[in-house]
Design a protein around this ligand. Structure first.
Ligand SMILES: Nc1ncnc2c1ncn2[C@@H]1O[C@H](COP(=O)(O)OP(=O)(O)OP(=O)(O)O)[C@@H](O)[C@H]1O
Length: 435
């Protein structure tokens, strides 16, 4: 009887393991609800007191200072009280728990202990938010959802591009009507070009003029040439095209002034000029010079024009998407001023902490730390600013150069003609035409 029972037990165990692996593969959410979630609940409830004590979430019943003769002595309370938590709720990617703060406590102590909580609960990450005063919500994500990202969906909107998926499982959207200008940074092979390809592929079917500034000879943005209203391949052409766009901005301003409105979006649809998205691949190519007077003058002009577009463009429908490996004040005096105008930020893996700090530091210090933790294997993963403030970890949808090229060719008929910009580009490309 013994061997038969043992064989039966082993067969049953094997079946559970195989079925479990299949369930995990095909229905990861169901697998999570059945196995990971109950385990995480046990961990949270079991470890809460200890974690709270170790991370200073607790308060004591009596005072922690007292008089001993003429001395003031301080010490830890005998029975510290941990803040009360709700029963952990299951989410699609983990669990969330709400904490009632003790009087005098702030969410800051929980934010700094997020890593300790993730280790104690054996989850990928814990994010801390405060949905209302006196309440902190701890959201635990079981595994890294960006390792095998699924496709997210978002409602289509003009000047809005669904570029990837957020760590929370939501759609990663770059909406230029909400955030008019963007800065994208990342070391080489971190995923910048893939993100730009996705952005172009999403904007291509829309009524928008795309202008490419790619001073690396047009090797990256040249793929989308059929759908670009202009493509500059060197700094001389970039100066001409950016200059023409600044003149175009002044025309748009005049139209708005004459119509008595403050933005092109307040004009009747028929009179509204087509929105323009200027995509700059490798900012450094515009700023770095070989020291010659001509190069310095061109770099200064580029800097002035970009700043002008960033300052005026939001209301006049001219948007900037600027990508580069590094952003630092050493690139040129105008870089910090330009950065301040580019309120949308996306930081892929970077080589130096300074670039992460420059990209995200003025918005959120926590985001800088998370961006610095992105590894070389996590291609396409980035920390991005959210539309409602705050930040998120996200991953772009993989768009191959071939897909982007096909999409650009498919919608080439929709390419608006920007006459002045086109003329300026022609003149810069063949200066002798000018005479
Ligand atoms: N979201 C993603 N998912 C999967 N793979 C990706 C993703 N984004 C980029 N990759 C891969 O990473 C590699 C580098 O991507 P990409 O060329 O976009 O990087 P880059 O930052 O533009 O590099 P460089 O500055 O050298 O041009 C490519 O092979 C690409 O397939």
């Amino acid at each position: 009887m013994g061997p038969i029972l043992l064989a039966f037990f082993l067969a049953a165990l094997a079946w559970v393991l195989v079925a479990g692996a299949a369930l995990r593969e095909r229905h990861p959410v169901v697998f999570w609800y059945l196995t990971g979630y109950p385990l995480t609940v046990v961990r949270i409830v079991r470890t809460w007191r200890r974690v709270a004590q170790l991370n200073d979430f607790t308060v004591s019943r009596g005072p922690t200072r007292g008089l001993l003769g003429e001395l003031v002595v301080t010490g830890d309370a005998l029975k510290p009280i941990a803040p009360r938590i709700s029963f952990p709720k299951a989410t699609r990617t983990g669990a969330s728990v709400e904490v009632r703060l003790h009087p005098g406590q702030t969410p800051a102590v929980f934010i700094s202990a997020a890593d300790a909580l993730a280790h104690a609960w054996r989850v990928h990450a814990v994010r801390v938010t405060s949905p209302e005063r006196g309440l902190v919500r701890l959201v635990a994500t079981a595994g890294d959802p960006l390792k095998r990202p699924s496709l997210a969906a978002a409602p289509a909107a003009h000047l809005s591009a669904l570029v990837g998926i957020l760590e929370s499982g939501g759609a990663w959207v770059m909406n230029l009507r909400k955030i008019p200008h963007w800065l994208i940074v990342g070391a080489t092979q971190s995923g910048k070009s893939t993100l730009l390809a996705r952005l172009v592929a999403q904007l291509a079917p829309q009524n928008v003029a795309l202008v490419g500034v790619d001073c690396k000879g047009g090797m990256e943005l040249g793929l989308f040439n059929p759908r670009l209203s202009a493509l500059t391949t060197c700094r001389r052409e970039a100066v001409a095209v950016l200059g023409a766009l600044v003149t175009n901005l002044q025309d748009r301003m005049r139209v708005c002034r004459d119509a008595g409105v403050r933005s092109i979006w307040d004009l009747p649809a028929k009179e509204r000029p087509v929105p323009v998205v200027v995509i700059v691949d490798e900012l450094a190519e515009l700023y770095l010079t070989d020291g010659t007077r001509e190069a310095k003058a061109q770099a200064e002009q580029c800097s002035t024009y970009l700043l002008r577009i960033a300052q005026l463009g939001a209301a006049l429908g001219v948007h900037l998407v600027v990508a580069g490996q590094r952003v630092g004040s050493d690139l040129g005096p105008g870089v910090t001023a330009l950065r301040a105008q580019l309120s949308g930020r996306i930081c892929h893996r970077v080589n130096d902490p300074g670039t992460a700090e420059m990209t995200l530091g003025d918005l959120n210090k926590d985001a800088v730390v998370v961006a610095q933790a992105i590894t070389a294997d996590e291609k396409g993963t980035a920390v991005c600013t959210g539309a409602e403030g705050g930040w998120d970890r996200a991953r772009s949808h993989l768009t191959t150069p071939e897909e982007a090229r096909r999409t650009a060719a498919k919608y080439s008929d929709l390419t608006p003609v920007l006459r002045d910009v086109h003329r300026a580009l022609l003149l810069a490309a063949t200066p002798e035409v000018e005479s």
